[in-house]
Design a protein around this ligand. Structure first.
Ligand SMILES: NC(=O)C1=CN([C@@H]2O[C@H](COP(=O)(O)OP(=O)(O)OC[C@H]3O[C@@H](n4cnc5c(N)ncnc54)[C@H](O)[C@@H]3O)[C@@H](O)[C@H]2O)[C@H](O)CC1
Ligand SMILES: [K+]
Length: 526
């Protein structure tokens, strides 16, 4: 077994040292779902011998024995601040103080913070519990701002496709709360009184949001919240818990828990999910459920510095971030309910290229990230298949074009066996397109034109990484990159050395398959 590292080169070397870990972390987060699915496969990593490094133009991966079995998905774990041991936990007094500073000198309004807090709760719920399986949500809202977060979360969940209900027995007579209630009423969200609540909540709801008390809770719960919390406690008692019970999601603090000491008696709520806001409170150290998230992506640097906060980085534009490892999943139990319209013959274009253009436009319009990303599969004369993701760089009625290094493994495969298979998968649209056919090189002029259209750093990076060759270490690539940058500093046009392009030519007797996932498969003969 060989553990290989592929380094992302095409960026300024000055930034390289800073950016590499960031890219690594981002990739780790981006692929967290994929990693989750593969957790059971990760143990062999520890058995691997010392790593060897193989040059490539992106990503980290490992090889098993042969160069042909690669994956960019399974990789070394990243122990960042997502690690529950290394993040900050707040005392009750600190949480209140942060609130005061945010809403005093830092110029936030409570409405703003509550909106962001409630949105974080809703997005965290949506990350774990899909609306087609967990649709009926009851938000149990208390008299303070924690209750307000629950009202906001209910509204966002409505827009995410859930069916929210609200139980809000002690309404706070302030404009902010009145408006939140009005907004929910305008969506026809039912408000249930305590008396309306069924004895056993498990039959009527799939998710229970515990937004009763937050960080200002003291003592023991007073009526009517004592009984409501008891209902939640009963549901989280493994002996009393019915087989299909709703997921309990606590906002900021499991209600009834001591803000710092947690559930010291052991008789409190045992939520399945805790969404800490701003920073986890000390009691969160006792949370042992499967899903701990942090929300409230609004903490400005003065707060971070004053309270010496160590907080996890939020991925991309997300409003929430998971703390700790996701629970192990049973891969065989992972399934989606695909809802796709039928793909009927009369709805498709007569020309498959026009159909491809139509679907590609749909993927663009849906805002999918890199809709031109495609899996490229090749096999050399040894008939061993290999696949990797590359980017489509153009298509017309002649075929589909991509670029690669002529020294790469895929290029070697194509030189031995000039055929390939392309696969586009547009997840959010439940669509995929398969294209199979012969491959030829594009002209040198076309390759050159594309090469020089790339950012200068990418051009140098492409030359620096002698793809699929073994390199001594990561520093080697940094050095090569720097040397090339110095070498070409006076040149306007960097010479194209080995990176060229391919065209998959599609002619009569080739197939383009337009596939709706879990629906009828349709194919078109050219
Ligand atoms: N900066 C942030 O992180 C933000 C957090 N938000 C949320 O606000 C709560 C804290 O809100 P606060 O209004 O201060 O307190 P509570 O919601 O915990 O409720 C206070 C409320 O409850 C009553 N109460 C206290 N103890 C008891 C008891 N034993 N029995 C009955 N009633 C009790 C008290 O009288 C008050 O009426 C925080 O956790 C976040 O969820 C903001 O939304 C945004 C900024
Ligand atoms: K709560």
């Amino acid at each position: 077994m060989i553990f290989t590292c592929r380094t992302f080169v095409p960026i300024s070397p000055l930034l390289l040292n800073q950016l590499l870990p960031i890219k690594f972390v981002q990739q780790h987060q981006h692929l967290s779902q994929a990693k989750t699915n593969l957790t059971s496969l990760q143990s062999p990593v520890s058995l691997l011998p010392l790593p060897r490094f193989i040059a490539s133009n992106s990503w980290w991966n490992w090889n098993w024995n042969s160069r042909r079995y690669c994956s960019g998905v399974v990789m070394a774990s990243v122990n960042g601040v997502q690690d529950p041991q290394s993040i900050s936990y707040l005392r009750q007094q600190e949480a209140a103080e942060i609130d005061e500073i945010l809403m005093g000198p830092l110029g936030f309004s409570v409405d703003q913070l509550m909106e962001l807090a409630g949105l974080s709760v809703a997005t965290a719920i949506a990350e774990v519990y899909k609306p087609n399986e967990h649709n009926r949500v009851l938000a149990i809202c208390g008299p303070g701002n924690n209750g307000g977060d629950g009202l906001v979360a209910a509204r966002h969940l409505y827009h995410f496709g859930y069916k929210p209900y609200v139980c809000y027995p002690k309404r706070t007579p302030k404009p902010l709360y009145n408006c939140l209630v009005t907004q929910l009423e305008s969506l026809s969200v039912p408000f249930l009184s305590v008396e309306d609540l069924p004895m056993d909540l498990s039959d009527s709801f799939d998710i229970l949001i515990d937004a009763v008390f937050g960080f200002s809770f003291h003592g023991t719960p007073r009526p009517p919240f004592d009984d409501m919390i008891k209902k939640l406690v009963n549901l989280s008692n493994p002996d009393l818990r019915p087989s299909k019970s709703p997921a309990i999601v606590s906002v900021d603090i499991p209600s009834g828990w001591h803000v710092e000491e947690g559930d010291s008696s052991g008789d409190g709520i045992k939520p399945d999910m805790l969404v800490s806001l701003t920073a986890p409170k000390l009691c969160a150290k006792m949370f042992s459920g499967p899903h701990h998230f942090l929300g409230g992506r609004f903490v400005p640097p003065p707060i971070v510095e004053k309270f010496k906060l160590q907080l996890p980085a939020y991925p991309g534009t997300s409003m929430c971030v998971r703390i700790g490892k996701p629970p192990k999943v049973d891969i065989s139990a992972l399934r989606e309910n695909y809802i796709s319209p039928e793909l009927l013959e009369e709805q498709v274009e007569a020309d498959p290229f026009d159909q491809f253009q139509k679907w590609f436009d749909d993927a663009m319009a849906a805002g999918l990230k890199e809709p031109n990303a495609m899996s490229l599969s090749t096999a050399g004369s040894d008939r061993n298949l290999s696949s990797r993701m590359v980017l489509l760089k153009g298509f017309d009625k002649e075929g589909f074009v991509w670029y690669t290094n002529y020294e790469s493994q895929k290029a070697r495969d194509i030189s031995e066996n000039p055929r390939a298979s392309l696969l586009f998968y547009w997840d959010a649209l439940n669509r995929q397109v398969r294209i199979e056919g012969p491959v030829a090189k594009v002209s040198e002029a076309e390759s050159e034109q594309y090469f020089h259209s790339r950012p200068r750093g990418s051009q140098i990076g492409a030359i620096a990484s002698n793809q699929s060759s073994v390199i001594p270490n990561r520093q080697y690539l940094h050095q090569v990159y720097q040397d090339l940058e110095a070498k070409y500093s006076g040149l306007v046009l960097i010479p194209l050395l080995c990176r060229r392009g391919y065209l998959m030519i599609l002619s009569h007797s080739q197939y383009l398959y337009f596939v709706l996932v879990k629906s009828l498969t349709s194919c078109f003969l050219l």
